[in-house]
Design a protein. Structure first.
Ligand code: PMP
Ligand code: GLN
Length: 401
């Protein structure tokens, strides 16, 4: 069935990750920290490994009980809704599997799914594999082209409204966004929520970078807006939360009547997730619950550290003639390179990797084929890196520019 064939778009990101492994000296491509997770979660993982034989065996299939309890406690306070740990949460192999389970469980043949561009590249093939039809709407830079912040990239309410049809089943948003770093404001989320309520549409909200906001931007959960809990699946990542992307612990939080369908998919594809990693993430959240809102919280310390790295990368890019878009959140900074090179982003990125040893990702990989051409002058840099890595990137860029 051709309809279910994902197209080659997200092969592109894999291709660039492979090129980076083969040629690059400095990798600002794929999104992962090259520094260690905080001590308290590393210790929690070690503790779990030494806790006794059961920590090495299967645990509850839909989520290790200590983890779903700590997630429920933590996020009930954040969302302002009493979350049932056993009914309203599914623990998955990273946010990836939460996304996959959501599409498989809720999208039927011919259902339309609205995807905001630029988007994390797996949404499109995952929608197609479920038999759904992606419908794209791009964020567009407003004003005179002198865009400096991801906040200037906005949805047109009229254009968004025009994308809803009787076949629209779900809408996917990602805030803070990968790759732009846009953090949706309450008014923007309310506009999306109003349309989803009007058309009885589900929202899949990918919030893996929820703790990473900068310069006063505030992350708002669309599930916390009136009338949205019942129709929103909020997806999170222990890897992104605690800078341990290799642990691959993720989750989906929603009303039990939605989660139960995702449990069926999970039960028949993956079933169990690694026990000690879940235990460590549970302990991480218990600790964060206690120190929430204080300077001891990792959810304050990590963005403070990344704020500095973001500014350092932005100054570097400006100094060599690129035009960075300042992200309000997340792991990434995109930059317009058209004033220094006329190539399209894919060619420019290949040249940067092969000839200069610096890995980045072309931004048109985060667009549908229809819209990618309009946005092929941008490349994405990951700045969640050691100072030495950023300095090595600076060396490369300064030498060549
Ligand atoms: N969503 C977005 C927006 C991402 O950038 C990523 C990559 N970390 C994921 C989901 C997948 O997260 P995980 O590593 O927890 O599977
Ligand atoms: N989310 C990360 C990125 O966008 C890594 C995941 C991936 O490589 N697909 O780079």
């Amino acid at each position: 069935n051709n309809f279910r064939q994902p197209n080659t778009m997200n092969v592109n990101k894999v291709e660039f990750t492979q090129l980076a492994a083969a040629y690059s000296k400095v990798n600002l491509g794929q999104g992962f920290p090259d520094f260690a997770p905080p001590k308290f979660v590393q210790e929690a993982f070690c503790h779990a490994l030494n806790e006794g034989p059961m920590m090495h065996q299967y645990t509850r299939a839909f989520g290790h009980v200590p983890l779903v309890k700590s997630l429920a406690k933590f996020f009930s306070r954040v969302i302002g809704h009493e979350i049932d740990p056993l009914e309203d949460i599914l623990v998955t192999v990273g946010a990836y599997q939460a996304l996959f389970s959501a599409f498989q469980a809720l999208i039927n043949e011919g259902d339309e799914v609205i995807i905001v561009e630029p988007f994390f590249d797996c949404y499109q093939p995952m929608v197609k594999m479920a038999g759904g039809q992606p419908v794209y709407i791009p964020l567009r830079p407003k004003g005179d082209g002198s865009v400096l912040s991801s906040g200037d990239w906005v949805l047109s309410p009229e254009e968004l409204a025009s994308k809803f049809t009787p076949r629209t089943k779900a809408l996917v948003i990602n805030t803070p966004n990968n790759p732009l770093g846009k953090v949706y404001k309450t008014e923007e989320l309310q506009m999306i929520a109003d349309l989803c309520i009007k058309h009885d549409v589900l929202v899949i909200s990918d919030e893996v970078y929820e703790w990473l906001t900068y310069d006063g931007a505030k992350h708002v959960k669309i599930a916390s807006l009136p009338g949205m809990w019942e129709r929103t699946i909020t997806i999170g990542s222990g890897g992104k939360t605690f800078s341990a992307t290799g642990w691959k612990v993720g989750w989906a939080i929603s009303s039990g009547h939605i989660i139960k369908h995702m449990k069926t998919i999970h039960q028949n594809t993956v079933y169990h997730c690694a026990t000690p990693a879940q235990e460590a993430v549970a302990r991480g959240f218990e600790r964060e619950y206690e120190v929430f809102g204080t300077p001891e919280s990792y959810f304050q310390q990590l963005p403070a550290m990344l704020h500095h790295k973001k500014n350092k990368l932005a100054s570097l890019l400006k100094s060599v003639g690129l035009k960075p878009i300042m992200p309000e959140g997340g792991y990434f900074m995109t930059a317009d390179f058209s004033s220094i090179n006329e190539a399209k982003d894919f060619r420019f990125v290949k040249w940067l990797i092969k000839e200069k040893g610096l890995a980045t990702i072309p931004v048109s990989a985060f667009y549908s084929p229809e819209h990618g051409k309009e946005f092929d002058k941008y490349i994405r840099f990951c700045f969640v890196k050691e100072e030495a890595t950023l300095d090595a990137a600076a060396e490369i860029l300064k030498k060549w520019s």
